[in-house]
Write a protein that binds this ligand. Structure first.
Ligand code: GRF
Length: 199
């Protein structure tokens, strides 16, 4: 069974979808802990209620200095090594990981993003796609490197934007796709290993 750690910063709905997939036998994995840079993240409470171990990695005040980022990452590496974590799964984690951290994880970090990358990187991807007027957006699962929403793409799924979509209706459909694409993709990835190309 693949051992994973999940990092979140907010709501944690993707984390919850992964846990549900594990419980229903669709994803053969064990969650060693749910970590966050934000002690007030709603998802931490959800993780706690689901009976999962939670850890807060402090990045310091005001966005954090390079020093506090390095300390936070060292603490993460330590926690992952103690629990023999195989894969680090980012699910709404709002920090960029350092090159050093990424290299030490040897390509075993994945992320989900609510657009068809490389379009609409960043925090407001769903709204940005809607405002730009594209007719199709979607969801991307990708390997993580030291750049924002960047790294080899593993899987993508399109979501059509309708004429009368609002941020709320479009977000709802995008998140629904995220909640199925992430567990499906990770399930294949954990079976096939690093060379998985989405097929
Ligand atoms: C998701 O849209 C994910 O793609 C992005 O951040 C959002 C996190 O949502 N990286 P949640 O915390 O999983 O509900």
């Amino acid at each position: 069974m693949t051992k994973i750690a999940i990092l979140i910063s907010g709501r944690g709905s993707n984390m919850e979808a992964l846990v549900n997939a594990i419980k229903s036998g669709k994803l053969d994995a064990e969650v060693c802990f749910v970590g966050s840079d934000n002690g007030n993240a709603k998802g931490l409470q959800t993780a706690h209620e689901l009976g999962l171990d939670t850890i807060v990695f402090s990045y310091g005040e005001g966005g954090g200095s390079n020093y506090s980022k390095r300390k936070a990452e060292e603490t993460m590496l330590q926690a992952m090594s103690e629990k023999n974590v195989d894969w680090l799964v980012l699910a709404g984690f709002m920090r960029i990981l350092s090159k050093d951290f990424v290299e030490r994880m040897e390509g075993k970090i994945v992320n989900i993003h609510p657009s068809l990358l490389p379009s609409f990187k960043g925090t407001h991807a769903i709204n940005d796609a809607l405002m730009y007027g594209v007719k199709v957006t979607g969801v991307t699962v990708h390997f993580v490197d030291e750049f924002m929403d960047h790294g080899q793409i593993i899987a993508q799924r399109a979501v059509e934007i309708k004429e009368d979509d609002t941020l709320e209706t479009l977000s709802e459909r995008v998140h629904r796709i995220e909640h199925s694409l992430y567990p499906e993709t990770l399930s294949k990835l954990f079976i096939k290993g690093r060379k998985f190309n989405g097929q």
